[in-house]
Design a binder for this molecule. Structure first.
Ligand code: PMP
Length: 406
């Protein structure tokens, strides 16, 4: 793929934007050289860059585009809301309808609040837990991403020790380490924040080991520790009512974001009755948070996810992809393993601790028009079809043949 126009945009960007492209989409964030720099137009499971190169997308905007770009029903709902106004002095009725819908869906929840990004909700949720318990400490998993706020930002830039003095991390699935921390910090732990499965950057997905969530749940309920489920990446992809319906975890508060609005900016937290008072006491707002367009989009998106049984579809398509790539890896002599859940698939090559192979594979696929991220889990969308998945497997097979080329 040639991309002179994108390169010229990048050259202009470096003059007026720090780093040209910053954050996780920056070329400096270990993305392959031939990864597209900019996007311009999306339709279904494809998008084009400013040079007109067309990509089959298995990243889906890092998750939000669960139904595909330009989903007609979501766009119609958003357009209708937009025609009435973008933001007002007050919330709008659609906010109440969306809260009713989410509260009905998310079985344990009796209330819902909204923000714009995932970080808004994870940070607010730990504040609610602190307000509820009067305690300071938060337990989290090593390598788990919960957003860009100082208590959890994975990069050291601008962070001071005091930002994280009460954040304590232990390894995923390590029940003994968890129990040790609970003993050490008796009556000091406000909350534990967990993702429904571990999806570290630079590694494969890891499911909860048998007994892990059960042990956490039992100890937290005995010790009065609030359980926060960070379902921002996985929520409503694995189950139309949230990932707690798939794994044995019953949170006090769950945070959602990526699959809610099919790309419209919205996040949500939902909680149990016992958290309601504290939730009302932690100030929550933002200039654009009462956004009826995103809320109308979200209402439609969540309805479509349930109506069209999207989670089952994603599981099936993702399994087809993982099994196909595993087969190709075996045939060509570069064995690899698919890591489930298949709705958020990712592969790990045997003996590729430094991810060199994965990096090469991702770059070669990108050159051939298929976007497989080198070190972040991928996302299936309802716009993928068995045919495009088969095409992606064939592209993957071709890439594997050239993985050792100079
Ligand atoms: N938690 C998890 C599990 C996430 O995957 C993300 C986003 N990748 C966040 C929190 C933060 O969400 P946002 O980037 O929307 O602030």
């Amino acid at each position: 793929m040639e991309m002179p126009i994108s390169q010229s945009w990048f050259a202009r960007a470096t003059k007026v934007i720090p780093g040209g492209v910053y954050g996780h989409t920056s070329p400096a964030a270990s993305l392959p050289l031939r990864f597209p720099l900019y996007a311009e137009y999306g339709e279904g499971c494809h998008y084009t860059d400013p040079d007109g190169n067309r990509y089959l997308d298995f990243l889906c905007a890092y998750g939000p585009v669960i139904l595909g770009y330009h989903h007609p029903e979501v766009e119609k709902a958003a357009a209708e809301a937009r025609s009435k106004g973008l933001v007002f002095n007050h919330p709008t009725p659609v906010m109440v309808e969306l809260a009713e819908l989410l509260t009905r869906r998310v079985g344990f929840a009796s209330w819902t609040v909204f923000g714009k990004n995932g970080s808004d909700m994870t940070t607010w949720a730990i504040q609610v837990a602190r307000q509820h318990t009067g305690r300071k400490k938060i337990l989290a998993i090593k390598g788990a991403y919960h957003g860009v706020d100082a208590w959890t930002n994975p990069s050291p830039g601008g962070i001071i020790e005091e930002d994280r003095i009460h954040i304590h991390r232990f390894a995923w699935n390590d029940i003994d380490a968890f129990r040790g921390m609970v003993r050490n910090f008796k009556d000091q732990i406000a909350a534990i924040i967990l993702t429904p499965f571990h999806h570290p950057a630079f590694g494969g997905n890891q499911l909860p080991a048998p007994g892990f969530f059960e042990a956490i749940q039992e100890t937290c309920s005995k010790e009065g520790i609030v359980v926060i489920l960070d379902d921002i990446r996985a929520g409503f992809r694995l189950h139309a009512n949230g990932s707690h319906c798939v794994f044995p975890i019953q949170p006090d508060i769950a945070c959602y974001c990526k699959a809610i609005g099919n790309g419209y900016a919205i996040s949500a937290a939902a909680g149990t009755e016992r958290m309601r008072q504290a939730a009302g006491q932690v100030f929550l707002t933002g200039s654009y948070w009462n956004d009826p367009v995103a809320m109308a989009a979200a209402k439609t998106c969540l309805e479509v996810i349930a109506r069209d049984r999207v989670p089952e579809k994603l599981e099936k398509l993702g399994s087809q992809l993982l099994e196909g790539l595993e087969r190709a890896g075996k045939d060509i002599g570069h064995p690899l393993k698919g890591t489930p859940p298949a709705a958020t698939p990712y592969i790990v090559f045997d003996g590729d601790a430094d991810l060199r192979k994965m990096q090469r594979f991702s770059g070669l696929c990108s050159e051939r028009g298929v976007i497989f991220h080198p070190h972040h889990n991928w996302f299936m969308s309802a716009a993928h079809t068995p045919d495009v998945v088969e095409h992606a497997i064939e592209v993957g097979r071709e890439a594997l043949k050239h993985i050792n080329d100079a």
